[in-house]
Design a protein around this ligand. Structure first.
Ligand SMILES: [Fe+2]
Ligand SMILES: [Fe+2]
Length: 285
C-alpha cells in the first residue's frame, strides 16, 4: 500500500506566492496512485487568521481525488503561547470544519498510523490533556500493530536532550513525555514537517523523517538555529508491505524553488496593521 506525505504547502487564494507548486505536486501524486495522502500541516498561508485560506486549501486537497488525512500546523490553527495567534477552540473548530479531526488513526497493513496536533503541545488548552489521554489509549490498543506518528513539528532538531529551541521543535517538557511513549511502545516512525527541510535518520530504533515543504525553503533571514537536514523541496513516499515500511524522500518534478526570505514581509508581515489588512473582510466569508 502506497502512502504519500506532503507538508507545508502554504496555500492561499490571497497570497499566491507559492501557488505554482500545487499543480506539479498534484500531478505527481496522481501518478503515484497512493491509497492515502497525509498532510503534515501548514496547509495554508494563514488559516489561523483567514478562513478563506482554509476553505480554498481544503478544496484543493479534495481535488486530488485521493483520500487524505491532515494534521494542523502553526499557520493553520495558531500555536501554543503565540503572541497574536494562539491555538484556541475556535481555531481548532475551524480546522475541523474544513479538514476533519486534528487527531486520527488509520489502521493499514500491519501498521497503525497516528496523526496528532503538535500545536496543542505545551498550550495548557483542555484539548491538550484530552489528546494526551487519547494518544495513550490508541497506542495501548494498537493490537500488536506497529505504530507510526505524523505531526507538524519535529520532536527535536539535533537530539532528544536539547533545550528549548523556541519555534522550531516541541518544547522539552511535552517532548520528554512523547519520547517516553516512543520508547515504551517502540514507535517505528515519527514523521513531521514544519522545518522545510528534508531529513531521514534513526534514533534509538525509531526512524525520523522530516518531510520537505513543497512550497518554499527557509534561508538565513529567518534566523533558524543550526540544524541538520537538506534544503530541498519535495514529498515522501511510503510503501507498506509485509510488516515493513519503506520510506523515501522524493524530489517532485516541476517544483519551482522559492525562498521565504525573499517575500517574508508580504506573506507574513510583522507589522500588526498589515496583518489586519490581510484578514479584513475574509474572516467570515
Ligand atoms: Fe511551514
Ligand atoms: Fe510550521
Amino acid at each position: 500500500m502506497r502512502i504519500i506525505q506532503i507538508s507545508d504547502t502554504h496555500l492561499s487564494p490571497g497570497k499566491a506566492h507559492f501557488a505554482d507548486n500545487w499543480a506539479p505536486l498534484a500531478r505527481w501524486i496522481a501518478e503515484q496512485c497512493p491509497a492515502l495522502v497525509i498532510h503534515t500541516g501548514d496547509v495554508t498561508v494563514d488559516g489561523a487568521g483567514v478562513e478563506e485560506d482554509m476553505r480554498y486549501s481544503a478544496e484543493l486537497m479534495r481535488g486530488l481525488g485521493v483520500r487524505f488525512c491532515a494534521v494542523p500546523g502553526n499557520h493553520d490553527v495558531g500555536d501554543a503561547g503565540h503572541n497574536h495567534q494562539r491555538v484556541s477552540d475556535e481555531r481548532l473548530q475551524r480546522w475541523r470544519t474544513h479538514f476533519g479531526p486534528d487527531r486520527w488513526i488509520e489502521d493499514v497493513e500491519d501498521y497503525r498510523l497516528i496523526g496528532f496536533d503538535a500545536m496543542l503541545l505545551g498550550s495548557g488548552e483542555p484539548e491538550e490533556a484530552l489528546q494526551a489521554d487519547w494518544l495513550d489509549a490508541v497506542m495501548k490498543d494498537a493490537n500488536g500493530r506497529r505504530t507510526a506518528w505524523f505531526l507538524h513539528r519535529p520532536l527535536f532538531l539535533d537530539g532528544p536532550d536539547e533545550g528549548d529551541t523556541g519555534y522550531w521543535s516541541v518544547k522539552p517538557e511535552p517532548r520528554s513525555r512523547l519520547l517516553d511513549l516512543v520508547k515504551r511502545r517502540s514507535v517505528a516512525l515519527v514523521a513531521s514537517g514544519h522545518l522545510h527541510k528534508a531529513h531521514d535518520f534513526r534514533h534509538d530504533g525509531t526512524r525520523y523523517i522530516w518531510a520537505p515543504s513543497s512550497a518554499f525553503l527557509v534561508g538565513p533571514a529567518m534566523k533558524a538555529p543550526p540544524m541538520p537536514g537538506e534544503d530541498r523541496l519535495g514529498a515522501v513516499v511510503y510503501d507498506l508491505e509485509a510488516g515493513t515500511i519503506k520510506a523515501k524522500i522524493i524530489q517532485v518534478p516541476g517544483l519551482s524553488l522559492h525562498w521565504l526570505d525573499d517575500v517574508a514581509e508580504e506573506v507574513y508581515p510583522r507589522d500588526p496593521d498589515k496583518r489586519a489588512v490581510a484578514s479584513l473582510g475574509l474572516r467570515n466569508r
